[in-house]
Design a protein around this ligand. Structure first.
Ligand code: MV4
Length: 447
């Protein structure tokens, strides 16, 4: 039994976990930095502990302070939220060593999926379709040339410790490979302290579609369909939708079943997301995220399943609340990530919010920690609200989303609300005709 959970996070995610705890009758402990003393998650939690200074390294990444807070308050479990320590295997190990429950997957899976070479090996053994590429790491230019000739140009050299696009270099032809190989290596070394790289065929213009997996400790594994995440800028997602505009229910069932079977074969536990590139009707696994994701609400909206409650129940050793047969996909959901950032430079725009009014009405959910009078600190992620809208179908969802975006007020700083207002009236968004390159290469070049 879990009676008290320490939430090792801040912002909208901390509120999201807090709300799940409230719904389940579980006590909550908030932790916060000195910059977050007035934050909403601190106000709403049953107890709170200041764990250090404003920089994340001193607070939300401060493992000894977080563990001490859990021990002092008598928490049974720690929820790491999203980001910060959520995919840190060392943290999960320390939590475990203190007799506390880490609300997340097994340590071995966090470790395996953190290394993209190991992730691909695990995925291949579990039956997931991969992008054609090297069998593991590639150590020399000669090996790189041999692999690239086999898989065919263009190829992509990727960092094993990568993610978020860093340490990734395209080689259009054999003449470009030596340069791409060495620059990917040195970028990877500088960014991650690990120069291990691998090679894949470069997919020119795919979509980014991910599958939500849920697994309990009794051997039950289900999938909750896909999320379409192609609308992104510099690896930051702006808007996500479920279902994807390009999949029919047959394709969903097929890739969902493959993903769920793979998770079962791995012995996976908890929430997991398998990321795929989708091109010409084919799925290619690229990475797996071993945590709750920012865009999880759209899956909740179309399935009616509370993913955070499910995650907590799984950590407590309980069975999944539904079987695959009981999962239904109904309607359409879109999430707009609202950031406090400049519309052209995308620089963060922290400061005091003089006026906050979230949208409301049928089909509208705003997950936000803002309130009028709150000062957005400059130290953390610029995401300040998630606007999640549900409709009977995509068109209905978009109509409600336009209505909701018109209602939202965040003043006085610029936010991405205006960008979203333009996006939802764009013909390519309305038709669902976009790929991972669309926003940066097409939308921003329109007038
Ligand atoms: C790719 C790819 C094309 N071909 N792999 C970017 C970050 C990392 N997580 C995987 N990424 C990509 N891998 C092959 N073989 C294109 C990308 C990519 C991308 C992927 C998902 C979402 C947005 C993206 C933006 C640019 C490039």
């Amino acid at each position: 039994m879990i009676k008290k959970i320490l939430i090792a996070n801040r912002g909208d995610v901390a509120l999201r976990v807090l709300r799940a705890c409230r719904d389940m009758g579980i006590q909550t402990v908030a932790v916060h930095s000195t910059a977050d003393a007035d934050a909403m998650h601190v106000r709403l939690a049953d107890e709170s502990v200041c764990i250090g200074g404003a920089p994340s390294a001193e607070s939300y990444l401060n493992v000894p302070a977080i563990i001490s807070a859990a021990v002092i308050t008598g928490a049974d479990a720690i929820h790491p939220g999203v980001g910060f320590l959520s995919e840190n295997a060392d943290f999960a190990r320390v939590v475990d060593a203190h007799g506390l429950t880490f609300i997340g997957p097994r340590i071995e899976h966090i470790t395996a999926m953190g290394d993209k070479v190991e992730a691909k090996r695990t995925a291949a053994e579990s039956g997931l379709p991969l992008v054609p590429g090297s069998d593991g790491a590639v150590d020399t230019v000669e090996d790189a040339k041999r692999v690239a000739a086999e898989v065919g140009y263009p190829v992509l050299v990727k960092a094993a410790s990568g993610g978020g696009g860093r340490g990734m270099k395209v080689a259009p032809t054999a003449d470009d490979l030596a340069e791409a190989f060495s620059s990917a290596r040195s970028e990877a070394k500088a960014a991650f302290g690990d120069d291990t790289v691998y090679i894949e065929r470069y997919l020119d213009n795919p979509r980014h579609i991910e599958i939500q997996i849920v697994a309990d400790s009794h051997g039950n594994v289900i999938h909750l369909g896909e999320r379409e995440c192609s609308v992104q800028r510099r690896h930051q997602k702006l808007l996500e939708e479920a279902p994807s505009p390009v999949l029919d229910s047959h394709q969903r069932d097929e890739i969902g079943a493959i993903a769920a079977q793979a998770a079962a074969k791995m012995g996976y536990l908890g929430l997991g997301t398998m990321e795929f590139l989708y091109e010409n009707g084919e799925f290619f696994f690229i990475e797996m995220n071993t945590r709750l994701q920012v865009e999880h609400p759209i899956t909740e909206e179309i399935t009616g399943i509370d993913l955070v409650c499910e995650q907590i129940r799984i950590a407590a050793g309980e069975k999944l609340s539904v079987s695959q047969d009981q999962v239904t996909f109904k309607g359409h959901a879109i999430e707009c990530r609202i950031n406090a950032e400049h519309p052209e430079t995308f620089f963060p725009t922290p400061g005091k919010v003089t006026n906050f009014h979230p949208a409301g009405g049928p089909g509208v959910r705003v997950d936000s920690f803002l309130y009028s009078g709150y000062s957005i600190p400059p130290y953390y992620d610029s995401l300040v609200a998630k606007l999640v809208v549900y409709g009977d179908d995509r068109e209905h969802c978009l109509a409600r989303l336009r209505r909701a975006l018109d209602e939202c007020i965040i003043e006085p700083m610029p936010t991405s609300l205006d960008l979203h207002r333009r996006l939802v009236n764009d013909d390519d968004i309305i038709s669902g005709n976009y790929t991972i390159r669309w926003l940066e290469e097409e939308f921003f070049n329109k007038d």
